[in-house]
Write a protein of this length. Structure first.
Length: 202
């Protein structure tokens, strides 16, 4: 027997609780909140999610989220096109942008090398990174991956792949604690880590 008086209510709770970090109690609270809102507001909310899923894509150059084929950062003429910052995911781009300390371009790998999880170099956007270096006249690649074993392994692999290009490879300073994800690092520490980046020597 269902814990809820309505199968529609239960379906909505199941949908919300499938989201990461949301338990069933929180999901129920959100669903009940929506039921108290005007129908037009709920339609607007649902429409925003539908449009998000249908129209948001990945930039064909850096693989950041975008409403268009090329994201605003890659399209901007105000960004320093000689520097590319390599990050694990889209959240890291947002974290670095919030520091206000970086004005170059990005490259989102979509993860890090992790044999335990079955993730190898071919599962990431590493080949497309290497392809970007020559045509875009990139002079420096900043490795801003997590200070974890997987992050270090990915750093080393990218460094080896980029060696033939002659591009300068640096990594963010270890003001970010070992084992920390960038998205959980405060903006001041992250900003200083980018400004105080050091040459990556493998």
């Amino acid at each position: 027997m269902s814990d809820y008086p309505s199968i529609l209510l239960e379906n909505a709770v199941n949908a919300f609780s499938s989201l990461p970090g949301l338990g069933r109690k929180t999901a129920l609270r959100l669903v009940l909140h929506l039921l108290r809102q005007p129908e037009a507001e709920v339609d607007k909310f649902a429409g925003a999610l539908t449009q998000l899923r249908k129209n948001v894509r990945y930039c064909r150059i850096c693989h950041n989220l975008s409403d268009t084929e090329v994201c605003p950062i890659c399209h901007s003429t105000r960004r320093d096109r000689h520097i590319v910052c390599v990050v694990e995911n889209v959240r890291d781009v947002m974290s670095i942008e919030n520091t206000g300390q970086y004005n170059g371009l990005y490259h989102v790998l979509g993860g890090v090398i992790s044999p335990m999880d079955g993730i190898g170099p071919k599962d990431l956007e590493i080949d497309s990174l290497v392809e970007r270096i020559g045509p875009e006249l990139v002079k420096e690649v900043i490795l801003a991956l997590p200070a974890t074993m997987e992050g270090d392994t990915t750093n080393f692999y990218i460094w080896r792949r980029l060696q033939p290009t002659g591009v300068s490879v640096s990594q963010i300073a270890r003001g970010v604690a070992v084992g920390n994800e960038l998205e959980y690092t405060d903006e001041i520490t992250l900003g200083r880590s980018i400004l105080n980046r050091t040459e990556f020597t493998g």
